[in-house]
Design a protein around this ligand. Structure first.
Ligand SMILES: Cc1cc2nc3c(=O)[nH]c(=O)nc-3n(C[C@H](O)[C@H](O)[C@H](O)COP(=O)(O)OP(=O)(O)OC[C@H]3O[C@@H](n4cnc5c(N)ncnc54)[C@H](O)[C@@H]3O)c2cc1C
Ligand code: FES
Length: 275
């Protein structure tokens, strides 16, 4: 059993942060890796990235948005309750290299996934500009953490309630125009990663994205997480989740994410849980 030692409701309860006792995972985890969690015996296996780890304390931190039955069930777990199973660390760690000027672009709960990667890129000596976006100020997460993890933080909101009024790509374009960016890391909703990658391709800047297809086993055996990258089939759980953003077939990924929408809706309704 994996006990929750700290819990925070962010953005009015739609996003939850859990710090969980998992000493073996905390000791081995690297930036970019994820875990698969199960709340109870009959629960579904849900992949979530580790937004932070504390090897001394023996804990990992996850930050998730409540979007369906399983994440609504996770929200019921309070401090002192436990997840029945957590497996990990899973996936390939982020390739970290000192390249000079790096731009990290995050949207929605992708910001939580981006946090340890941004911090690690800065720690090895890169000059990291971070551009984060949200629909509005009240649903922006981890502003202080991202400020500390980067050299320069830019904020965008779709409705103009905070920072730049518009999309992350507006600010990214400004930064790319200077011509010194060596690497872009983009993590967030699939359309955001698609448009960031389209822009960076025009500027010929290497771009890494983290993909979130539906997963089941997380160990490369079920084939559920397959994505097309550079015309080849890859399994995001073992070959990724990070890939060259210029090579990903985003439209196929979006279609595959929608494949079970009716079943997901029915499953939430039958559970009696609320979003
Ligand atoms: C490697 C990996 C890391 C992830 N890390 C995080 C994280 O740190 N924080 C976080 O909030 N989420 C993360 N996700 C997404 C998370 O796993 C899903 O939101 C979750 O499985 C939804 O389960 P559910 O039963 O609550 O919702 P469901 O009923 O399964 O789905 C409800 C809605 O969410 C959408 N959805 C379902 N699965 C996914 C998915 N994999 N990605 C995006 N949308 C999905 C569906 O299209 C549907 O609209 C990650 C996914 C992967 C593959
Ligand atoms: S989740 Fe089964 S192969 Fe990746």
């Amino acid at each position: 059993m994996f006990k929750i030692v700290e819990r925070e409701e962010m953005t009015g309860g739609t996003v939850i942060r859990n710090e969980i006792e998992a000493p073996l995972i905390a000791r081995k985890a690297r930036p970019g890796q994820f875990v698969i969690l199960k709340a109870n015996e009959t629960g579904e296996r849900i992949p979530l990235t580790m937004a932070d780890t504390n090897p001394e304390k023996g804990t990992i931190t996850i930050i998730y948005m409540v979007v369906g039955k399983s994440t609504a069930l996770f929200r019921e777990l309070k401090v002192g309750d436990a997840y029945q199973d957590i497996i990990g660390p899973l996936g390939a760690p982020t390739h970290l290299e000192k390249v000079g000027k790096v731009v990290c672009v995050g949207g929605g709960t992708g910001i939580a996934v981006l946090h340890p990667i941004t911090r690690a890129l800065k720690e090895i000596g890169n000059d990291v500009t971070c551009i984060v976006g949200a629909r509005s100020k009240d649903i922006l997460i981890m502003e202080d953490e991202m400020k500390n993890a980067s050299n320069d933080l830019r904020i965008c909101t779709d409705d103009g309630s905070y920072g730049h009024h518009g999309f992350v790509t507006d600010v990214l374009k400004e930064v790319l125009e200077k011509g010194d960016v060596k690497l872009v890391v983009a993590i967030g909703p699939v359309p955001m990663m698609k448009f960031v990658s389209k822009m960076t391709k025009e500027y010929n800047v290497k771009t890494m994205v983290s993909l979130n297809p539906i997963m089941v086993d997380g160990t490369g055996m079920c084939g559920c997480c397959r994505v097309s990258v550079g015309g080849e089939t890859k399994f995001a759980c073992v070959d990724g989740p990070e890939f060259d953003g210029h090579e990903v077939d985003y439209d196929e990924l979006m279609l595959r994410l929608l494949a079970y929408r009716e079943d997901e809706k029915r499953s939430l309704e039958e559970s009696g849980l609320q979003l």
